[in-house]
Structures are given as C-alpha cells and as structure tokens.
Design a protein around this ligand. Structure first.
Ligand code: BV8
Length: 235
C-alpha cells in the first residue's frame, strides 16, 4: 500500500463516462442534450413541463443501457476489489457504468437513471423502461406519480453524512473527470484540504478547483486512471 495511504475517497464526474459515449454536462455550447439545465433538471422544470423532463430522462435512461464501461471504470473496480483499506467511490454520475464494471463500494450522490421514485408512497424501484407513459407505482399502484430518482438542482444530494464520514477517515481524496462546477460535490476537495488529506485530480484539463489539489494529472480518463491505479496498487 502506498506509503501512509490506507483510506481513500474517490469522486467521479461525467468525464469518467465520456469515453463510453455519454455526453458530459458542460461540453462546448453549454447545452446538455440540446437542453438548458434549468429547463430539465430542477423541480420547478418538472412542475412546469413534466413531459419535457420525463422525455429527457427516458432518452438518457435508454442511452446508458446501450453503452459500455470503459478502461477507467474497470481500473477503479480493480482498485476497489484489491484495496484492503477503506475505499469509497462517490459518483456524481447517474449512469450504472461503475456498477457494471464491478465497483462495490459505491455511492450515487446525485441519484440513478435506473431508479424511479414514487411521489405518492416514496418507494423507489429499479426502472429500465420509460416514465412518460405515467406507469403505476409497483408498490402503491398509483399511476403518474413516478419521477426520475435524480437529485435536481436545488435538491439535497444523497448520503452527504456518509460522504463526510468517509472523508473524516481518509488519507487520500482523488477527483476524476469532474469540472468542479457543482456543489456540494465541488466543495469536497476543500474539506479534504482542511483536514490535511492528500488530494489528487485526474482530469482531461484543469478544473475549476484545480488549485485546491496537491497533485493533478491531465489526460483522458482511460489513460490516466489505469496508470494511477497500477501505481497505487503496485507501490
Ligand atoms: C443543493 C443530476 C441545497 C442531474 C446533477 C441556487 C439554488 C439552489 C442551489 C444552488 C443555487 N446556486 C447554486 C446552487 C448550488 C447548486 C450548484 O452547485 N449549482 C452550480 C451550477 C453553481 N447545487 C445544487 O443545487 C445541489 N443541491 O445545493 O441543495 C439544499 C440545501 C438544503 C436542502 C435542500 C437543498 C444539487 C446539485 C446536483 C444537481 N444534479 N446531476 C442529471 O444528471 O440529470 S449535477 C450534474 O453536474 C451531474 O451530476 C454532473 O456529474 C455534475 C457535475 O458535472 P460534472 O460531472 O463535473 O460534468 P461536467 O461536464 O461539468 O465536467 C466534466 C469534466 O470531465 C470536465 O472537467 C472535463 O474536462 C472532463 N472530461 C471530459 N472528458 C474527459 C474528461 N476527463 C477525463 N477524461 C475524459 N475523456
């Protein structure tokens, strides 16, 4: 185990899924799947135009089922399986590529495309189909009350306590494929620095938060992530 590193927290963002063919959020043009974020990823947008929002998520839910994990996902799964210390992979991504690559110690802080959440009875269900057709909730039977189990802007991300607990124990915080534009995820590196934890950024290019990282390596995730995993496992 690398000198002095026992417990690791990893944060991933859309850049780790980019080479699998899933669009990042802030690619050129600022439009996201031809939509403005505030038109499709807020509770207000859902109340204003539920069909637009449900179609947006139906399209993305279907798309992630047609793509495959890439070398970065597999390298992180290999690390998760081999690392004897604590490891928590916190992802902002709502695809299931980390799971499909085999990562077990995983936390989706912004929800998951493959879950539907019933606004009538609060149940959550694994969901691979569409929601635009207002299906009935398998638990309570009420139709038309299922929404994407996605944390929209203005909503509280999931399991922040677990994330901060893991950070309290960590010796290393690694941020992979995220622009550092969205909080509270983007603030985790500052928490880490304030605790005196080593911080490493693996990203295509410097992110908004690059100055907070003690080390940065830039390049495509499918190159820089496997190289880092081999290094930390080999040492
Ligand atoms: C909260 C689900 C408070 C959606 C997402 C006004 C009102 C309310 C809140 C706010 C406000 N003003 C600001 C806020 C806070 C807000 C925020 O941060 N806004 C930003 C825009 C300023 N945050 C929130 O609203 C959060 N909630 O604050 O709640 C609260 C308090 C109490 C009680 C209740 C509530 C909720 C934020 C979560 C929003 N949901 N996702 C969906 O997916 O449909 S966020 C969304 O952005 C995704 O999760 C995504 O992961 C995340 C961050 O984006 P990135 O992953 O970083 O992707 P991006 O495209 O930006 O960057 C990609 C990076 O990869 C780039 O750096 C690129 O260089 C790199 N890259 C590209 N290719 C590669 C690569 N790297 C390596 N290899 C490659 N090949």
């Amino acid at each position: 185990m690398k000198q002095g590193i026992k417990n690791i927290v990893i944060l991933t963002g859309a850049g780790v899924s980019a080479e699998s063919g899933i669009d990042t959020f802030r690619s050129a043009g600022g439009l996201w799947e031809q939509h403005k974020v505030e038109d499709v990823a807020t509770p207000e947008a859902f109340a204003r135009d539920p069909d637009l929002v449900l179609r947006f998520y139906d399209m993305r839910r279907e798309h992630i089922q047609q793509v495959q994990p890439n070398a970065a996902h597999y390298a992180l799964a290999k690390l998760d399986a081999a690392w004897s210390g604590n490891l928590l992979l916190v992802t902002q991504n709502v695809d299931d590529l980390h799971e499909r690559a085999g990562t077990q110690r995983l936390l989706h802080m912004h929800g998951e495309h493959l879950n539907a959440w019933c606004n009538a009875c609060d149940a959550r269900h694994r969901w691979h189909g569409t929601l635009i057709d207002r299906p009935a909730c398998p638990a309570c039977g009420v139709a038309g009350r299922l929404r994407p189990d996605i944390v929209w802007f203005g909503e509280m991300p999931y399991r922040m306590d677990d994330i901060y607990d893991a950070l309290d124990q960590a010796d290393l915080f690694v941020s992979i494929g995220t622009s550092g534009a969205v909080y509270p995820a983007a603030g985790l590196v500052r928490e880490a620095r304030e605790k005196g934890i080593q911080t490493l950024e693996l990203n295509l290019e410097p992110s908004h938060g690059s100055s907070w990282f003690t080390k940065s390596r830039h390049g495509p995730a499918t190159e820089v992530v496997p190289a880092w995993v081999e290094e930390i496992l080999g040492s």
